[in-house]
Ligand binder design. Sequence first.
Ligand SMILES: Nc1ncnc2c1ncn2[C@@H]1O[C@H](COP(=O)(O)OP(=O)(O)O)[C@@H](O)[C@H]1O
Ligand SMILES: [Mg+2]
Length: 351
Amino acid sequence: MTIIVCPNCSRKHHADTSRFAEKKRFVVRCKACEHKFVINLDHNGLVQPDAIQSKPVVQPPAAQPAVVAAPQPAPIIETPRVPKTPRKICVSLSKGGVGKTTTAVNLSAGLAMAGYKVLLIDTDTQGQSSFMLGKKPPAGLTELLTGELTAKETIVEARPNLWLLSGGRSLAGVKRIIDKKSFGSEWTLSEAMAEVDTAYDYVIIDTSPGWDQLTVNVLFYATEVLTPVSLEVMSLHGLAEFTKNLHAIKKYKDIDLNYILPTFLDTRVEQPKHIYRKLQSLYNDKVCTPIRYDEQLSRSPSHGETIFEFLPDGDGAADYAALVRTITKDKTILLGGVKHGGNEETVIPSL
Ligand SMILES: Nc1ncnc2c1ncn2[C@@H]1O[C@H](COP(=O)(O)OP(=O)(O)O)[C@@H](O)[C@H]1O
Ligand SMILES: [Mg+2]
């Protein structure tokens, strides 16, 4: 606690300056007289003597009156506090096997390697994200949503800069709890994460196939949607269906399909290229550089490794590094100090 004296009314305020550790200079407002003034904090969080810039401080008179008024509780100093709002990107499509989990895990890992603080939330009952990262957390999203455990007890550090809130079979029970709520059920995840996610730059959410209350909760929570589409005809139907559902949510919550990520591109055959061009003609610049078919991407999970750990100079790592550059809008980004693959133009020269 530090005592700050208002230069206008001389009122003393107790302030916990440890809360303001990131900043050294503040404009504060005296709650007693509304006067605004500047304070400077030194490295110990103490107010510098030259901090008060307005009138000189008037000390209270030394002599005490005969009757002393009961001391007033010290008004609390208000300081501007700007909470960090992370980008919350859900990786969603109702169809299974299109590369959602592979994308959520490797995108999270790439962003973390680039120096961002990332939280990966697995909302799938299969709990594959933990498996892909070689982790078996004892608790996760279920316990956080039911309120049994706190964020501290459920979020585990999976890699430097990368934290995991795991999914798994127990989420089925959570879906029932959400279903039974009589109102506001679609905000359950958002409410649970509100106090937690400000610690991160990115929250990446892996979703299950299908469409249920948890999917709806994810879309009410996320700020952006990334949809992996495997380059086969049936996937385009799946995408159309998903956009229709998303449109229904848009009536209640501002959400858009921001990124379409073509996956399983096999450059040796004609049809995937044809579908890729079709996607481009329909969705223009929402379409990201495709992820090529790469067997190493299906091998790395059984080693509990991301593609950047398993084969850092392979096609899969290069393609996911390109996705990290697209998402961050930073073409020069280095992942863990290593430049992966070529740029977006050279990754798939045959297209
Ligand atoms: N680009 C790719 N090339 C080859 N195999 C892939 C690729 N992307 C994902 N896979 C594999 O395909 C399977 C389905 O991918 P997954 O990410 O689990 O899809 P989803 O989460 O949409 O069900 C997994 O075995 C995964 O390892
Ligand atoms: Mg999955």
